[in-house]
Every structure is written in C-alpha cells, then in structure tokens.
Design a protein around this ligand. Structure first.
Ligand SMILES: *Cc1c(COP(=O)(O)O)cnc(C)c1O
Length: 405
C-alpha cells in the first residue's frame, strides 16, 4: 500500500484487512489458490482458454451453452447501434428504454406472469425485493442453504428472521407456528440449491404457505432453463403453474447477460417499481445487456433441444460419477457436487484436475460445512457426451490418486 496514510498497528480495520491478506497469501504459497483465474477466451461454453491452454469447462453457469450464441450477440450489437452503451440514468427518471419494457414483457410471458421488473444484478434483486416487501414486525422464513443474497436481503429488511433446516418441511411448519399469527409472513427458498444441486420440495412449501397465509418467493437462479420440459423453471417441473407469488431469477447464468428479475402480478411489479430503492436509486441495465437477455428467452423457446440435451447430459454425468463411486449428495440437476471431505482433499483434487486440463473449482468451509468440502462441478447442454466421458475418467483417476475414492 503506497499512497495511503499509515494506520495504527492496533487499528481494527487494518487488522481485518491484514488477516484476510495473510490467509489468501498462505493459500497462494501452498499453490492451492484457484480463484479469480482469468479466462482469455471462452470457446463456446464447453472449453475455455486459460493461460494459453485449452481446458474442458466443468464450472460454468451457462447451463444451456448460450454464451456467444450468434442471435444473442447480434441483438446486443444492434442495441448498441440503436441506443449506445448507457442510459440517461435511473429507470424512474430518464433511464427506461423501449428495450427495457419489451424485455420485461418477454420475461413475464416466459414465466407466465402478468408483469416483470428487472434490476442490475440478481444479488441486488434479492436485497431490494425482500427489503421492499417486509420490514420490522414481519417474519421471513429462509432455508438454511439459501443463497447469500437472500440471507442479506432478510437481514437488511429488519424482519424477524427464521431459518429452517434444509428442505425440511416439518421444520418449516414448526417455524411458521412460532410466528405471531397477525404478522406478515414471507417464505423464501432457492428452487435449486447452489452448492448441492438438489430441488426444493415445492408442493409442500406451497401447501404450508397456503395454510399459514404466507407469501412465497422462489429464487430460480439455477432452475431457469434447467427445470421443466421447456426450461420455464420449477413451476413447470412440478406442474404447479401459478403457485409462486414472487418469482425471482438472474440474467447472469442460463441467460448470458447480467441482471435479475422479479416476475409476478401486475400490482406486485407496480409496487416494486415505486418502492424498491435499487430501482429508484440505481441505474438501468445497459441496452446491450437488456437486448441480450431478451433474445436469450426467445432462443430458449426456439431451440428446445438445449433443455433436452442438458437433461441428458446431466443424467450421463451424475450416473457416471455414481458408478465410479463418487458421492454426489442429493443432486438431480446440472450442479453436481463431488464430495471430497477435507478442504485439503478438495484442493488436491482441483490441482490434479487442472493438470489434466479440466477446469473445476473447490468449495471449502465456511461456504460449506467442515468435512463437506467438494468440487462443485456443473454440466451444460454444450458438452459432448465424449467430453463428459473423458472428464469422468479423469475424475476417477484423480479421485483414486488423492484418496477420495
Ligand atoms: C448467482 C445467484 C444469485 C445472484 O445472482 P447475480 O446475478 O450473480 O447477482 C442469486 N441467487 C442465487 C441462488 C444464485 O446462485
């Protein structure tokens, strides 16, 4: 640190910064630092170029392989030609473009709702939606494995915060009973859990919400384009169209753009447009990203083979890992944990996979409980079956070497 005023040795902020830097340095020195690796070229989505080396990609959120899709790229380029790269400011004042309203109508149609509203990230979407809808005196109920953005939104709202055991409906029922009967209640869950790949028991959650007059919000970051016959998400998967009050999703995973959305009733969306601080006090999505997002929803419907291919690849991948003796926990989706045990083992697995040009990443504590460190792998529609078989063979070889198998 050069041009900063030196701080006291006992300065608590300085202490915190130093402690983190020491931890990162320690991991870097032991050669186990795999985060923030720059990718120089995504060749489609199934392989990437890292440091001049082509690596097989098994850590992508681009579940339908839409990054670089010609129609989506062309839509983004045209938006720049038509609108430039920025907007005139926040949506409420001069930032709303015809593109934004068209995009939101497209999302609403895809999700089968009256309307939709977008924000500049999925993270911010959860923060602002939750904290706009509930506050002090209200109660929020959140699955223990929900994404950090949901947890942060609940904390920011100031509501009484109940966390129920992961996907445990008896525990949710018990927590709902604890809430004052007159209090407003909001239940929030991931559709597909981002570390484990398992699916929320939507039918039972819906039942419990109805029985307890609770609102239901579902985060579809990992189910949009993944679950359901046509990729419309978790309601389609369970044949429960219209069961979710507040449908949240991100535009940065299956949809190769950036941003987040809430889809729901016209009144809910109108409320958010006039109450959400992230909508009122933060800039609009840039035109190219809005156009790319909109075109992506159309591509998903026009190319239904992608959703089908993802389903087939997922089956091939999970079954292959199980046959080879890996513990993939309860996943049924494109997020596939490969349980390693200790952080050290997860790091070693990663190192050996990278040596063999397989791009995967470890998830360690505190992101997951101690002893449940894993490779958090993902499979996409753009993987060829042979590429999946090759990866499976590498995992098996490395698993034996490191002692995970
Ligand atoms: C990634 C993710 C988000 C945040 O979305 P961004 O668009 O990346 O900000 C929210 N919820 C879940 C479950 C996620 O996995």
């Amino acid at each position: 640190m050069t041009n900063m005023v030196p701080k006291r040795d006992t300065d608590p902020i300085e202490g915190r910064i130093r402690a983190m830097c020491e931890r990162v340095k320690g991991i870097q020195q032991s050669d186990f630092y795999y985060y923030n690796i720059p990718i120089s070229k995504p060749n489609g989505t199934a392989t990437v170029l890292v440091d001049g080396r082509e690596m097989s990609m098994f850590a992508s959120y681009s579940y339908l392989g839409l990054i670089g899709h010609p129609r989506i790229d062309a839509a983004a380029r045209k938006a720049i030609d038509d609108f430039g790269t920025g907007t005139h400011g926040v949506r409420t004042l001069a930032g709303t473009l015809t593109l934004h309203t068209e995009m939101e109508a497209t999302i609403a149609e895809f999700k089968g709702t009256e309307d939709a509203v977008t924000f500049t990230s999925g993270y911010v979407t959860n923060l602002t939606a939750i904290s706009s809808l509930v506050g002090r005196h209200d109660c929020v109920f959140s699955d223990k494995l929900n994404h950090a953005s949901i947890v942060d939104g609940c904390l920011m709202s100031g509501s009484k915060f109940f966390r129920f055991r992961h996907n445990d409906m008896d525990d949710l029922a018990a927590r709902l009973k604890e809430a004052p009967s007159q209090a407003a209640k909001l239940v929030i869950c991931d559709a597909v859990f981002s570390m484990d790949g398992d699916i929320i028991d939507l039918p039972r959650v819906v039942e419990l919400c109805k029985a307890n007059d609770a609102w239901l919000m579902i985060d579809e970051a990992h189910s949009l384009g993944v679950l359901g016959e046509t990729g419309r998400g978790i309601e389609e998967y369970f044949n429960l169209e219209g069961a979710i009050d507040i449908k949240m999703g991100t535009l940065s995973k299956t949809i190769p753009s950036v941003g987040g959305y809430i889809a729901g009733s016209a009144d809910l969306i109108k409320f958010l447009r006039h109450q959400s601080r992230a909508y009122i006090f933060s800039a609009a999505l840039p035109p190219a990203q809005a156009a790319a997002a909109m075109e992506s929803f159309r591509v998903i419907l026009d190319e239904p083979w992608r959703v089908k291919q993802l389903r087939e690849n997922t089956k091939l991948f999970i079954n292959g890992l199980k046959e080879r003796g890996f513990d993939t926990m309860k996943t049924e989706t494109a997020i596939v944990p490969l349980l390693c045990g200790t952080d050290e083992k997860a790091f070693e697995m990663t190192r050996e996979c990278h040596k063999r040009d397989l791009f995967v990443l470890p998830v360690i504590s505190p992101a997951v409980p101690v002893g449940l460190a894993r490779l958090r792998t993902t499979v996409t529609a753009s993987h060829e079956p042979e590429q999946i078989e090759r990866a499976l063979d590498i995992f098996e070889q490395v698993g034996k070497e490191v002692g995970v198998l």
